[in-house]
Design a protein around this ligand. Structure first.
Ligand code: GDP
Length: 453
């Protein structure tokens, strides 16, 4: 248990009906008793676990506010320590002045993520559950929320523990075999062993194969809207954004640089860039815009290539099709409200969506097509999905260890050599859930949290 008692405002700073200040540590109740006076005249230290008191918050004789104090006694609290949560009237000044008062009574200001870090260090949560909290707080789509929730209730930890169990059983058998090589130990034959490792390898491969989809859900995807001038790129961006963001005019080349916005389409966050029209131009300023549009194509995870269906395709259109058809591209056949004069043959190997950005038509189909292309359509958001690069790297190391163990087994290496690889895999999984993790890694994880969490 850490010796310092910490405090922080747990709610966003701003105007709201309530603000909550959280205090955690051995002195939490004692400190709260110095500033919070229940109307019942009972002291907070006399209350039972999970009991709340209504009272006044006082700085000496000066009443700052009235509110509710809720008591959680160790170890049955979020952090595993004594915790007091004081709900008071919302508002920047009020919450800050009460927090200042609490700090003057001996608490120290909590560092970012310190409440959750203490919960982890006190065995109240594992690392995957702790990391999911950031997702719960910052989710920008329903799927991200469901993925985070699923990790938070332990689906990911359960899956990892299943693999761990398999590998621990394998490691125990190897140890037994190394100690008693002459004995005929039941269940320890090469075939059984191989089966255990193959199971673990498959589970890890499955997990890693879903990682990119999970990442797209959590982090969004860089999306470039490209096409010739006047095909409707800015209008499409406005349709997706739901408001006028890019300048829409009849004058070709109006969008000379990149206009950016972040939108949620269906369940996927797109970081959109509406680029300058890609075409042959002598205008120096336009040329720079075209160059930038081209480099966006190289870095984008998704390309929405827009074409005007009321006109036949020309050289610039064909050049664009060639440039993007092998990438993650959806061809947007826009202006579908007009008479069609485009030959769709040129798009035969590509995903296409017909839209009328001006009329707001085609959104649903585009949303479905994006979900298909990114693979999100067949990802179950309630399943165990790795979240974040740290988790992916640990799972990859575990997979490398298991694959090396299998290879060593098939090559007829000694059981000791196989055992070393299995141990590496187990260590990587222990690091993933936090069973065995360095202070540096723990500090790095919780530093990314917000204060008060
Ligand atoms: P950009 O240069 O590719 O960004 O094209 P804009 O979005 O600025 O649109 C150029 C012109 O096409 C504007 O007059 C738009 O109103 C018009 N436009 C865009 N989308 C549609 C559409 O779906 N149908 C029709 N009829 N006109 C459109």
């Amino acid at each position: 248990m850490s010796e310092k008692t910490i405090a922080a405002i747990a709610t966003p700073l701003g105007e709201g009906s309530l603000a909550v200040i959280r205090i955690s540590g051995g002195e939490a109740i004692k400190i709260a008793d110095k500033i919070f006076y229940p109307f019942s005249e009972k002291k907070l230290c006399e209350l039972n676990d999970y009991q709340a008191a209504y009272g006044e918050i006082k700085d000496n004789e000066k009443v700052l506010d009235d509110g509710v104090a809720l008591i959680f006694k160790a170890p049955k609290s979020y952090t595993g320590e004594d915790v007091v949560e004081i709900s008071l009237h919302g508002g920047r000044l009020m919450a800050k002045s009460v927090l200042r008062l609490i700090l003057s009574m001996g608490a120290v200001l909590a560092a970012p993520g310190e409440f959750t870090k203490r919960a982890f260090l006190n065995g109240k949560t594992d690392l995957t559950k702790a990391e999911s909290i950031m997702g719960l707080i910052s989710a920008k789509s329903e799927s991200e929320l469901r993925l985070s929730r699923s990790a938070h209730i332990g689906k990911l930890s359960e899956k990892i523990e299943e693999i761990e169990k398999e590998l621990l059983a394998a490691a125990a058998s190897i140890a037994a075999f190394s100690d008693y090589p002459e004995e005929d130990i039941e269940g320890l034959d090469a075939e059984n062993f191989e089966k255990m490792l193959i199971n673990a390898e498959n589970s890890l491969k499955n997990m890693l194969s879903c990682y990119d989809k999970g990442r797209i859900i959590c982090e969004g995807i860089d999306t470039a809207i490209v096409g010739k001038p006047n095909v409707g790129k800015s209008t499409l961006m406005n349709m997706l954004s739901g408001y006028e963001r890019s300048i829409v005019t009849d004058v070709a080349g109006t969008t000379r640089d990149i206009v950016e916005d972040t939108v949620t389409v269906g369940d996927i966050v797109l970081r959109l860039a509406d680029t300058a029209g890609i075409h042959n131009t002598e205008d120096e300023v336009e040329k720079i815009g075209v160059q930038r549009a081209n480099s966006r194509i190289d870095t984008a995870g998704l390309i929405l290539a827009v074409f005007d269906c009321s006109k036949p395709l020309d050289e610039d259109d064909f050049a664009l099709i060639e440039r993007v058809k092998k990438l993650n591209t959806i061809a947007i056949i826009n202006k579908s409200d007009l008479q069609r004069d485009i030959n769709l043959e040129a798009f035969k190997d590509m995903r296409i969506v017909k839209t009328s950005a001006k009329m707001g038509e085609g959104y649903e189909e585009l949303s479905r097509e994006i979900a298909e292309l990114t693979g999100i359509a067949n990802l179950d958001p309630d399943s165990a999905v790795l979240m974040g690069e740290r988790q992916r790297a640990c799972a990859q190391r575990a997979l490398d260890g298991v694959s090396a163990a299998l290879e060593a087994l098939l090559c007829g290496c000694t059981m000791d050599a196989v055992g070393v690889c299995v141990d590496d895999a187990i260590s990587a999984l222990f690091e993933l859930t936090g069973k065995r993790v360095t202070n540096e890694v723990t500090d790095e994880i919780f530093r990314r949290f917000c204060v008060g969490k």
